[in-house]
Ligand binder design. Structure first.
Ligand code: HEM
Length: 388
């Protein structure tokens, strides 16, 4: 206890000022530090598990109609992890758009390979790249035996005529080959010494809004804080980190999201900024000038997460579904439900989704389409379950 007449000598004031600044900094940053320092990392990551073989599909993958993911609900739409159990047969989704995706990916890789393929040069991460490629080839050759086959040390794709060395010779090759085999972007999250999962390897050709070089090596938290994900600290951070630590190889999950895009760029939204530029693309700098309804696209990601048993890496797949909004609006109930979901966003979510850049064009359009559907007698109550 200090005596009540205690007075500090003036020479200690600068020191006290410094102490206060350090304390303030600690208070502000404490939740982030506490998270990484007190989480117990006891879960053994490498586990002996072999993914069950998928049932063979009778046809080639382009016979599948693209899934109509419409992951928005009537009324309030809260930010949640929104993960669901994933059936192994559906780990990788492929459809009639495969060649379009493949060709854009191939062009992106040809244009700038290093922009899209990256990995950290250490033994575990390199092994994870090979493991990813092996897992994909094993899955695809069994799921789509009419299209993918292993022969003469190569994996052959009957749709494109490509033949890739198998096993791949280098981690780069493992990542790039994997990217060309499927429609997804592929991210490997590795647990680092700080106990957090970091984006340490990836093949990302169709991100739309972000660049791999900006996110490479970031932790799960930093990725989401930097992207300005709404309510991340309050609603997601703790649950997501816990989920990543506990995820076991036998319990894959999937989730869906959606965005409104101002143009038709599957690989890159040019209205958000220059793909080759250095400025992080954001709604703050988006160009909504003379925007027309025909340009607006609905971008929805179907993501899966699974732990690879050998390397212990967490594989995050991002399959983008992409359609003009004018096409979506023809589907029963969709314009009304989307309108309602958007109207229920709070300010933070509206800002994150760039509402001010497209609302003047999209909202009256959805309203009108909804009204026309109602006039034609469409009523609520017979809609499909989330996320359709
Ligand atoms: C349990 C796992 C995860 C959950 C629950 C989650 C959740 C979210 C949520 C809610 C958002 C806001 C938009 C949306 O609804 O998707 C988001 C955005 C984002 N997440 Fe995740 N995430 C997960 C894993 C990851 C991983 C492994 C990565 C690694 C690349 C990642 C990278 C991003 C990025 C880059 C964005 C911003 C996307 C954009 O605005 O264009 N997330 N995440």
């Amino acid at each position: 206890m200090l005596p009540s007449n205690f007075i500090l000598p003036s020479s200690t004031l600068p020191f006290l000022g410094l102490l206060m600044s350090v304390l303030t900094w600690l208070i502000v940053k404490w939740p982030i530090h506490r998270k990484s320092s007190t989480l117990q990392i006891q879960q053994p990551e490498k586990q002996s598990f072999t993914k069950p073989l998928p049932s063979p599909h009778p046809d080639d993958p382009t016979s599948n109609t693209p899934k109509l993911y419409r992951p928005f609900r009537h009324g309030p739409n809260f930010i949640t992890m929104g993960i669901r159990k994933l059936h192994w047969d559906n780990w990788i989704e492929m459809d009639s758009y495969f060649l379009r995706y493949h060709d854009i990916k191939a062009a992106e890789l040809k244009k700038d390979f290093k922009e899209h393929i990256k990995y950290v040069d250490n033994a575990v991460t390199k092994d994870a790249c090979f493991e990813l490629n092996e897992e994909l080839v094993r899955h695809l050759t069994h799921r789509y035996p009419k299209t993918f086959r292993l022969e003469g040390g190569k994996v052959h794709n009957g749709l494109t005529g490509e033949a890739f060395a198998f096993p791949a010779g280098t981690p780069d090759e493992a990542l790039a080959t994997s990217a060309l085999l499927v429609q997804d972007d592929l991210v490997l999250m590795m647990k680092n010494d700080d106990g957090e999962y970091h984006l340490d390897a990836a093949a990302v050709c169709l991100p739309g809004f972000w660049r791999l070089r900006e996110k490479f090596r970031m932790s799960l938290d930093t990725l989401h804080f930097e992207a300005g994900v709404p309510h991340y600290a309050a609603k997601l951070q703790k649950a997501m980190n816990k989920f990543m630590l506990k995820l076991t190889p036998d319990k894959p999950v999937e989730r869906n999201n959606f965005f409104i895009q101002l143009d038709d760029g599957l690989h890159w939204s040019h209205r958000m900024g220059d793909q080759q530029g250095t400025e992080v693309a954001s709604w703050a700098t988006a160009n909504g000038k003379d925007l027309a309804i025909d340009e607006i696209h609905f971008r929805s990601e179907r993501q899966t997460l699974r732990r690879l048993p050998r390397s212990g890496a967490i594989l995050f797949t991002i399959r983008t579904y992409f359609e003009p909004m004018t096409k979506l609006a023809q589907e029963p109930y969709i314009p009304g439900r989307l309108l309602e979901a958007i109207q229920n966003w709070d300010e933070t979510v509206s800002y994150y989704k760039g509402k001010s850049s497209w609302e003047k064009i999209l909202m009256p359009y959805l309203d009108e389409q909804n009204r026309l559907q109602q006039e034609r007698g469409l009523v609520e109550g017979t809609e499909a379950e989330f996320p359709y």
